[in-house]
Every structure is written in C-alpha cells, then in structure tokens.
Design a protein around this ligand. Sequence first.
Ligand code: SAM
Length: 280
Amino acid sequence: MTLTRTQVRDLLDRHGIHPKRSLGQNFVVEPNTVRRIAELAGVGAGDRVVEIGPGVGSLTLALADTGASVTAVEIDDVLVGVLAETTAGRNVEVVHADAMTVDWGAVLGGAGDADWTLVANLPYNVSVPLVCDLLDDVPAITRMVVMVQKEVAERLVAGPGDDAYGLPSVKVAYHAVGRMVGRVPPSVFLPRPNVDSALVEVVRRPEPAVDADPARLFTLVRAGFGQRRKMVRRSLAGLLDETAIVAAGVDPTERAERLGLAQWAALAGVPAPTGSGGES
Ligand code: SAM
C-alpha cells in the first residue's frame, strides 16, 4: 500500500502544506515509482532501512511493504505530523531531525553491528554532502539506493575524463562502487520539478579502494578540483612540488579531471613539503 496522487494532494490540503522549495519538497505521487525503488533496493523482512526525507510517506510505505523495518529521518515538523498518520501501525520509526547534523550513531542504534541500507528520494540541495558524509562517517550504512537530480547522479558515478568527474566521484570510488540504476521523469512528482532525476546504487567496499591517508588524499583532491582545468603542478602548488608529483608517477602537466583514484593515492603517498596542509 502506498500513496496515489489524489491521496498526496488530499494530505497536503488537509494539513495546509505548501511544499517548500528550500527543503527540496517534491513528493512522489506515482505508486509504481516508489515500488520500483523498493524493488531496486532489494530489501525485505529482517532488513534495516534508513530513509532520509520521507515527506508524506510514499516511499516509506513501499519500503515497509517489503517487510523491512524503516527508520525515517525528516526535518520538517509539519510533515512529521503527517507521517504519524500515514505510517500508523506500520514498522516505521519516524525521527524528527536534520539528516545533516543528526547523531547517526544514536539513530541507527550505535552498536555498529548491523548493516543498514539507505533508500531515499534525497532533498536536492543536500544530496551530495549527505552521500559523501555518510560514506565518510557512517560505516553502518553499507548500501544506498538514492534518487537524486540526474546531474548529481552523473557526478556520483563519473570516472576520470568525464565532464561530471569531481570530488564526489572520487569520494564514492574510494569508499564504494557506484552505478546508475534508473531514470525518473519529472511527471511522477508533485510539484513537478524542472529537472530529470536518476537512481544511483552505492555499495560500500569492505575496505577503501586504495591504501592512503584519507585526510591527505582528499586535501589533494579538493585542491585539484578547485582548479580542475589547471595542470596539477599549479593546482597542487603548496601541497606538492613538481618533484614529488613526478615521484608519484604522475605527469605534472596532467589535470585533476583526468586523474584516477590510484593516481590520487600515489600523490597522497609522497611526503608533503614542510608546512603543507593535511586536514580533510
Ligand atoms: N520521500 C518523499 C517522496 O519521495 O515523496 C519526499 C522526498 S522530497 C524530494 C525530500 C524530503 O526531504 C522532504 O520531505 C524534505 O522535508 C526532507 N528534507 C529536506 N532536508 C532535509 C534534511 N536536512 N534532513 C531530513 N530531511 C530533509
């Protein structure tokens, strides 16, 4: 059981809700879409699912229908009230919190012994930092199936040389294997957004893909993509000198947008000149 367009409209009307653009409130009103996402997530009885931004509960109900237990984190207090109504009697715990700042250890039980799958139609304005921060800080989330803006999806799964390749792509590749698993048209949302959406699956690796100090690695990646079209001998100046870049086996005239994870790791492995930064 999930929510139809008419039911979502009715809920919004009865609760006097005007979707907030600032919170990326575009609600899915097409039952087949949320069922498809739940299916792609491959979750079922006994699985633990965390959802960020349940909205009025369309995807939440489809996830609960699989038999999984669902923990749903919603920032908007009015929607938390609606969720109490739509998820009543279901295996759903609603947490009223900002997913960007919430204590994930407390939300997910703290023990760290359970595998969680994140399944969410993410708020567009925080989707990239959310995915990156959860990969960095919440190892209990071992899989993600997330709906994001198509351009964001491309950034998450891009490789060296792709236009969309950047820090989020390196972050995903470092922690996980990411792939695009579907496209979603604007017509399934209320209100209808001006952009296409896509579904991305991110499966965490047992260990990061390369052996490198992550703080140093991502300091270099951030600096490199800060000036992505410059040669690394320029964009990394102050962090690595040209001799160190050559010692890492990287051509100093190469650009950040063409370096793969192994090359970033090699750069992170050569000693930094005294006084260069190492924080992430
Ligand atoms: N899951 C619902 C659906 O598919 O219909 C709603 C998705 S809507 C794109 C994004 C949701 O995220 C909204 O309910 C919004 O209030 C919520 N949200 C926005 N920022 C948030 C944050 N920082 N923490 C938790 N929820 C947030």
